[in-house]
Design a protein around this ligand. Structure first.
Ligand SMILES: C[S@@+](CC[C@H](N)C(=O)[O-])C[C@H]1O[C@@H](n2cnc3c(N)ncnc32)[C@H](O)[C@@H]1O
Length: 350
């Protein structure tokens, strides 16, 4: 990923991915962050290419990793691009030829291969078949192919016209999942899909939930987040005007307060974790959460979804961050794969 230019600062072009409909915001964010970056849409609303622009490419990447963009979910550097075709043989040849250029990188290392294609791409293989084309080459080169915990990720992305290929370290991709699409095993007993949001936040923000002991869950019904917290061994106070799933009602570690969040109060320092997924106006939610901030111990964490119900998401997020920062240190704001019209914020009580 180091195409050398005259001054050693040749641009790198990446494939970027955002949640469906949010690519325009991811592109806008990159335009604001990287001087002179050029962005160009691929799959509408979801994937696009962007360049490191006028900035030193390595500095630009470092800066993106240091302070992760909110809407860019995944990126990988394009090292090679080829015409996409529907020919099985020539596609396999292109994939294998590219893989052979990685001899120095992959020898003795663990390598994941992630293949994605757009719906209208002629690329003739499924993701698994595309991987199968590359695996023998990696093994020949002395690499071990793995699904997770790789040293390198080979990314293939096929559009209607082109086949983009690149190899990078997992953390340089922002996510080690293909396109940043974090998948959890579907649990039969799952109370709500919302549970995935909390599981993803735990992983992406690297905040193991089991290190907390006493949680306040605002807007908790039907109880997806609550059930995750209970499974991790926490005591949970769940606040919601709606009913919790019957499977939770008798849980010995759960107290359900069937109330509006505006009407509850707690002694100072009652909780070391506050989570909030209330479906309400984000500014009013911020006021309610801020009123309850003293109930959280100093340094306690908060995981809060910010609903993007207004037309200008950047402005809303910025205003909300400002409002929340009266009582909280904002650690990270990120649109997670499982977020829909919202982003997730991790804060710590000041
Ligand atoms: C998206 S659902 C929460 C899903 C939950 N995190 C889960 O995992 O099952 C939003 C919830 O916020 C609750 N809610 C909205 N406004 C509220 C308020 N002012 N006080 C308490 N609950 C509220 C709604 O009743 C609804 O159950």
């Amino acid at each position: 990923m180091d195409p050398s230019g005259e001054s050693g600062t040749a641009m790198i072009t990446f494939v970027g991915t955002a949640n469906p409909g949010f690519a325009p915001y991811a592109m806008e964010e990159l335009r604001r962050r990287i001087r002179g970056t050029k962005v160009s849409g691929l799959a509408p609303g979801e994937t696009f290419t962007f360049t490191t622009g006028e900035d030193d490419p390595h500095e630009a990447v470092k800066e993106l990793l240091r302070d992760e963009p909110i809407f860019l979910r995944h990126m990988f550097p394009i090292e090679t691009e080829r015409q996409a075709t529907d020919s099985l043989d020539s596609t396999a040849n292109e994939l294998q030829e590219y893989a052979r250029t990685l001899a120095d990188q992959v020898n003795g290392r663990k390598v994941a291969i992630q293949v994605r294609k757009e719906q209208n791409s002629p690329f003739p293989y499924t993701s698994a078949e595309g991987r199968d084309c590359i695996i023998p080459v990696i093994q020949d080169l002395g690499g071990e192919t793995v699904a997770r915990d790789a040293d390198w990720i080979i990314s293939i992305y096929a559009t209607k016209k082109l086949l983009y290929m690149g190899c990078s370290a997992p953390r340089d991709n922002l996510s080690d999942w293909p396109g940043g699409a974090v998948r959890f095993r579907k649990d039969e007993g799952l109370i709500s899909r919302a549970a995935f949001k909390l599981l993803e936040a735990e992983r992406v923000f690297n905040i193991p939930l089991d290190k907390f002991s006493n949680a306040l869950d605002l807007g908790a019904a039907p109880g997806g987040w609550t059930s995750v917290l209970l499974e991790r061994g926490l005591k949970v106070t769940a606040v919601d005007t709606a009913e919790m799933d019957p499977s939770l009602e008798r849980h010995p570690m759960l107290r359900h307060m069937r109330s509006n969040t505006a009407d509850v109060s707690f002694p100072p320092g009652s909780f070391d974790l506050l989570v909030c997924d209330m479906s309400w106006d984000p500014y009013r939610t911020c006021r309610l959460v801020s009123n309850l901030a003293p109930a959280l111990t100093a340094g306690g964490s908060g995981i809060i979804t910010l609903k993007l119900m207004y037309r200008k998401p950047f402005q809303s997020i910025q205003d909300l961050m400002e409002d929340y920062s009266e009582f909280f240190d904002i650690r990270k704001v990120k649109q997670l794969f499982h977020n829909r019209e919202e982003v997730t914020m991790w804060v710590k009580r000041k």
